[in-house]
Design a protein around this ligand. Structure first.
Ligand code: UDX
Ligand code: UDX
Length: 458
């Protein structure tokens, strides 16, 4: 079969894998190849045990893999043989040198740009899928177009807005597709090529174009706004606990204002995930770089509140459990940074588990999908840690259960049975406000939700 377009994606991660599976599914006349430097990841994509858990992903892969979707480690051939190249390698927060802890580490991205330059034998469209600091495309253009050999590279910015756990539906019905390009004839032509791909399934009016810097910046700003809403409601949750107000009721009342809207107003132990903290810190770093200290401080406070909320959760546990956790067994339900994913990157559960161990508590971790990652995250941490998949068995003999991820399965457990197997008095700390608190209280638990008065038997 001859394919109309040949697409490559470099980086077979949480973004690259599902995004390319969707493009392959919706564009049967495109041949899509995903490459990665990590052979184990590629082997997993080629097996029945996919490297990431995402509802609906396995079906999509089964329908496309081997037909017009291919996973490979041959980056050189991939670059040579494809004319449209998405780059979705990771861009973590820098851990060294200038900007450590704030700026994006662009070494993988730049290394990839140099590989593209080295192995290309014809002109290409290079698409930034990774989240990058504004103006990265300029550096890329300079690297890619440094040789005068007739090969041309057009760089586009096409940020990904999918959220983990709902990646497949987000990809299938996106709120918008954003494509940033140069306003030159070849930039506009490259943009049109990418528009044609998305237009196979996304309504044209949802495919929006912008200049390339606006596009790069929009991704950072979208994540910053979403995270800001969570920090805003979490800040209010602290006040609710003091003022005997109920944060769920406040969020409902506030969110019904159509100017505000109801989403992303769930108070929690704080946001996690590979994007929010990284992207805000990146934004903060950019603002400081341009001398905009007030703007930087404003956005940095979103991250400060997030850390404060996690520490507050530990302090509430300590206060409720008679100011000592030493020797007490605490069960954590959920380790993933949100439900429906096995991903634990930047999960608040990591901080909370470590803090509990510092307090010399014994920690039992339970999660339906994230235990493998949890083990890796806590490897080398001192103290007593056990990993048990079944939440009921995990809670047995514990003094407290703390809910850290809003997995549906926790809502409908037999709490009467669980209560009887726990050490007394038994505590429930609901870091996601997912349980029926009154029912748990009536069973005998001392219940501590987020942003609501506790229900205790003392
Ligand atoms: C993505 C985006 O790319 C990132 O910028 C965004 O902010 C978060 O989402 P994600 O897909 O979640 O990252 O990252 P990850 O799952 O770590 O995947 C990146 C992949 O790129 C890894 O499989 C890694 O092996 C691969 N990689 C990295 C390369 O193939 N080449 C490199 O040089 C570096
Ligand atoms: C986010 C963005 O939503 C997505 O558009 C972008 O492309 C990548 O970053 P993701 O991190 O996968 O996606 O998940 P998201 O649903 O945004 O949740 C992030 C964190 O916020 C999770 O820890 C979640 O539990 C938390 N959260 C979310 C809350 O605490 N309260 C809420 O109301 C919503």
């Amino acid at each position: 079969m001859t394919f109309q377009k040949r697409i490559l994606c470099i980086g077979a991660g949480y973004v690259g894998g599902p995004t390319m599976a969707m493009i392959a599914h919706k564009c049967p006349d495109c041949r899509v190849t995903v490459v990665d430097i990590n052979p184990e990841r590629i082997a997993a994509w080629n097996s029945d045990d996919l490297p990431i858990y995402e509802p609906g992903l396995d079906k999509l892969i089964a329908a496309t893999r081997g037909r017009n979707l291919f996973f490979s480690t041959d980056i050189e051939a991939g670059i040579r043989d494809n004319e449209i190249i998405f780059v979705s390698v990771n861009t973590p927060t820098k851990t060294f040198g200038l900007g450590a802890g704030m700026a994006a580490d662009l070494q993988y991205w730049e290394k990839t740009a140099r590989q593209i330059l080295e192995f290309s034998e014809s002109s290409k469209i290079v698409i930034e899928k990774s989240t990058l600091p504004v103006k990265t495309a300029l550096a890329m253009e300079r690297i890619l177009n440094c040789r005068e050999n007739g090969i041309r590279f057009d760089v586009l910015s096409n940020p990904e807005f999918l959220a983990e756990g709902t990646a497949i539906s987000d990809l299938e019905s996106p709120d918008r597709i954003l494509i940033g390009s140069r306003e030159t004839p070849s930039g506009l032509k490259a943009r049109e090529t990418l528009v044609e791909i998305y237009a196979e399934w996304v309504p044209r009016e949802k495919i929006i174009a912008s200049n390339i810097w606006s596009s790069e910046l929009s991704k950072l700003v979208a994540n910053a706004f979403l995270a800001q809403r969570i920090s805003s409601i979490n800040a209010i949750s602290a006040l609710c606990e003091k003022a005997e107000a109920d944060v769920t009721e406040v969020a409902r009342a506030v969110g019904m204002d159509t100017r505000i809207g109801p989403r992303f107003l769930n108070a929690s132990i704080g946001f996690g995930g590979s994007c929010f903290a990284k992207d805000i810190l990146n934004l903060v770093y950019l603002c400081r770089h341009y001398g905009l200290d007030e703007v930087a401080d404003y956005w940095e406070s979103v991250v400060h509140i997030n850390r404060y909320q996690q520490e507050r959760f530990i302090r509430n546990m300590l206060g409720a459990m008679f100011n000592t956790l030493a020797g007490k067994k605490i069960c954590l339900w959920g380790f993933a940074f949100k439900a429906n994913t096995g991903d634990t990157r930047e999960s608040p559960a990591i901080f909370i588990a470590r803090r509990l161990l510092e307090e010399r508590a014994e920690v039992v971790v339970s999660d339906p999908k994230a235990l493998k990652n949890a083990r890796a995250d806590l490897a080398g941490t001192e103290g007593s840690i056990a990993f048990i998949g079944d939440p009921v068995r995990a809670a047995k003999g514990c003094h407290a259960v703390a809910i850290l991820t809003e997995w549906d399965l926790y809502r409908n457990l037999d709490f009467g049975k669980i209560f009887k197997t726990m050490a007394q008095p038994a505590f429930l700390f609901d870091g996601r406000n997912v349980l029926d608190h009154r029912r748990c209280f009536d069973i005998g638990f001392n219940v501590y939700p987020i942003g609501k008065p506790p229900l205790t038997h003392f």
